[in-house]
Design a protein around this ligand. Structure first.
Ligand code: C2E
Ligand code: CA
Ligand code: CA
Length: 650
């Protein structure tokens, strides 16, 4: 810049009040605003982050500038979250298009260190070293309301007085803002105290300036600038401040990072006002859970952080994480009583064990939270070293999975379910296989977890359904027409409003009937709609689709609810079969119960002949497991129509 303003030590700029932007600035102003370049500053949107109060004041000033007036005020700026103070001289500046802009000149504290004292009358007093009053000037007497006040009476806080004495002893002076007593009230002053020695007598001289209003404004600003306006919790800056204090005081602390699951959906479907209400309720529930310990912060849109000193933690970290999770995971009710389900994922990390800078420790908690989300949501996870790498892998998988159908990376393997009584295949279970181009073979469990956490589960299972129904027709060709197809369905997919009608449509399209299909669901998914006549499970049952309870015994082990679930088959989890050589009583008991409810028992994970025989002797006829056949492709079964094992059994 060649203009004369570039030489000025003060920051000068023109602010376009109507368009919330800076239209011109000198070099000093770039420094003040922490701008990388004049272009960056010119394109900065000052509407974002400015309060209504400031915007309204500026519009008032615009009027005043039109009348030829100017303004001078003490301002605090926070460009890029850095707090700066300056005396701001504001005047009118007419733009080319005739609009009134604001010409600003800022005198920062570094230019005039005592600027804040300008305009306030100096009060002077002197004391003996023990604090006994000696004398004062009239403004002091007038202001303080006393002609004889001891130093320890004047200064409110004993600790502040001790600090003043220490400073006087070490450097002969003290400067600072101090709360003093004044006519029965407590008022802020700036104190400039010196140790003076006249005629061999030492005494304390104090120059004192009333800064009460400025101090109150500053403190209010401090509070405002550290508080999230919507929830009243700390904001980011407030949190960073507290964490810095912990670190300065060498305290060890824990960070709990909460991120709401499903909040975006609430905002999108019910509107932002409703979203705000939910955020308020969440913070109230959070505040009530943290036992008034530590500090709670709204860290971003729907992200919250609670931090607490390790010594003050009321419970172990994993228990606290669960508590926070449960407190926040809740059904909120919007207008007309519309229920909105909110859940959270929680990640925790410990300072200094997991990270030594504030940013590092927050990133660790964030990584743990991300892992909780990736591995199924509504979970709490503690940080482990290496989690960032694992997150990265999961991120890549999530990205790849969205393209997997299109790129033909998914396929199905089928595992037969045998009826050992008739020696026939009752059905095939379809199991997903993913050969990911960048990361190789991914297990079915992981594929499904990623699909669930990314919301891809619906499209992936719809692909599974179509493919499996098509392949069922191939299986039937030239063999048994009664063979059925068993398809695993995630609870998330089952909960889709149109799940049943969409399945029915696919069955019809494939030229099959509902009776040809079995849906395998876990207990957790089945319990969801247990008391609802019209639940998707009940609709499925009415449609005539077979229902199988998968992995029975690993979830809620809901023996007590079993009679309410409209399932035809109960698949006892493979962990039970492993025990059967030593003790078969548990399986026997579960089988009797299942039979007494009119349902059929299926045992999965049969790996040996011994297991097969024990289970069969208990009267259980439906078997599935490596003993009979591993899951294989359609091609495999087509190339050897009769399984060797069936021949062996037969
Ligand atoms: P699952 O439904 O319990 O399926 C049985 C799993 O046990 C399969 O693992 C199968 O390969 C394995 N298995 C079968 N016989 C034996 C045996 O004798 N011993 C042992 N140790 N394991 C045996 P896979 O294929 O890795 O699938 C894992 C899980 O992934 C499945 O467990 C199922 O929950 C899920 N999954 C697979 N495909 C789908 C799908 O399309 N949708 C959903 N929601 N889940 C699926
Ligand atoms: Ca299954
Ligand atoms: Ca199973």
């Amino acid at each position: 810049m060649n203009d004369p303003f570039s030489k000025l030590k003060t920051a000068v700029w023109v602010y376009d009040i109507d368009n919330f932007c800076i239209s011109w600035a000198n070099e000093k102003a770039l420094d003040l605003w922490e701008a990388d370049s004049p272009e960056e500053l010119r394109t900065r949107d000052f509407k974002v982050g400015s309060s209504d109060a400031v915007r309204s004041s500026l519009l008032d000033y615009q009027q005043a500038f039109r009348r030829g007036e100017t303004r001078g005020e003490f301002w605090t700026f926070t460009p890029k979250d850095i707090v700066k103070k300056a005396l701001l001289i504001m005047s009118g500046h007419v733009l080319k298009d005739g609009r009134m802009a604001m010409l600003c000149e800022a005198l920062t504290l570094d230019l005039i260190p005592d600027m804040e004292l300008v305009g306030s009358t100096v009060m002077m007093s002197s004391y003996q070293l023990d604090g006994t009053f000696i004398s004062a000037n009239p403004p002091f007497k007038e202001d303080i309301g006393s002609e004889d006040i001891r130093l320890d009476e004047l200064i409110v806080m004993g600790s502040k007085l001790a600090q003043i004495y220490t400073s006087l002893e070490s450097s002969g002076q003290f400067k600072g803002d101090v709360l003093c007593r004044r006519q029965g009230m407590e008022v802020w002053y700036h104190l400039d105290a010196t140790l003076s020695s006249q005629d061999g007598v030492k005494k304390i001289l104090i120059h004192q300036y009333n800064i009460h209003n400025r101090k109150l404004q500053e403190r209010a600003f401090e509070k405002d600038s550290h508080t999230d306006l919507l929830t009243g919790l700390l904001n980011r800056r407030g949190l960073f401040d507290r964490l810095q204090s912990y670190r300065d005081e060498k305290k060890h602390f824990a960070i709990f990072y909460l991120d709401l699951d499903g909040f975006k959906m609430i905002n999108d479907s019910f509107g932002h006002a409703c979203g705000d209400q939910v955020l308020k309720s969440v913070s109230a529930r959070l505040s009530a859970t943290i036992f008034s310990k530590g500090h709670a912060c709204r860290f971003g849109g729907d992200e919250f952080i609670w931090t607490c000193e390790l010594d003050e933690l009321p419970l172990p970290i994993d228990v606290l994480s669960e508590k926070l999770l449960n407190a926040v995971s809740h059904t909120f009710y919007g207008e007309f009583g519309v229920p909105m389900d909110v859940a959270a994922s929680v990640g925790s990390a410990i300072y200094p064990q997991d990270g030594i800078t504030t940013q590092e420790i927050i990133s660790c908690a964030d990584a743990a939270m991300y892992m909780a989300k990736r591995t199924g949501k509504r979970r709490a996870v503690c940080y482990r070293p290496g989690m960032e790498k694992e997150n990265k892998r999961l991120g890549i998988l999530a990205q790849n999975l969205s393209q997997a159908i299109k790129n033909r990376e998914l396929s199905l393997h089928y595992q037969p379910i045998y009826h050992v009584g008739t020696n026939k295949i009752d059905s095939y279970e379809a199991l997903i296989r993913w050969q990911c181009e960048s990361l190789g073979y991914i297990s079915a469990d992981e594929t499904i977890r990623i699909a669930e956490s990314t919301g891809l589960i619906h499209s992936i299972e719809n692909w599974v359904i179509r493919q499996a129904l098509q392949d069922l027709k191939e299986f039937r060709e030239g063999s048994d027409d009664s063979i059925r197809m068993s398809i695993n369905i995630s609870g998330l997919h089952l909960a889709q409003a149109d799940f049943v009608s969409s399945l029915e449509e696919k069955i019809i399209q494939a030229g099959l009937t509902p009776q040809d299909v079995i849906v395998e669901l876990t207990e957790t998914a089945l319990l969801d709609g247990i008391d609802d006549e019209d639940s998707n499970v009940n609709q499925l049952h009415k449609l005539g689709v077979g229902i199988s309870i998968d992995d029975f015994g690993t979830g809620y082990s809901s023996l007590a609810y079993l009679h309410k679930i409209p399932a035809d088959v109960v698949k006892i989890d493979k962990s039970f079969v492993e025990q059967v050589g030593k003790d078969s009583r548990t399986i026997d008991y579960i089988h009797r119960l299942i039979s007494s409810l009119g349902k059929t028992t299926l045992v999965e994970g049969v790996e040996t002949q011994e297991q097969k025989e024990i289970v069969q002797a208990l009267g259980i006829n439906l078997h599935q497991g490596y003993w009979f056949s591993r899951p294989q492709s359609l091609m495999f079964f087509k190339s050897q129509p009769i399984s060797p094992r069936v021949i062996e059994i037969g």
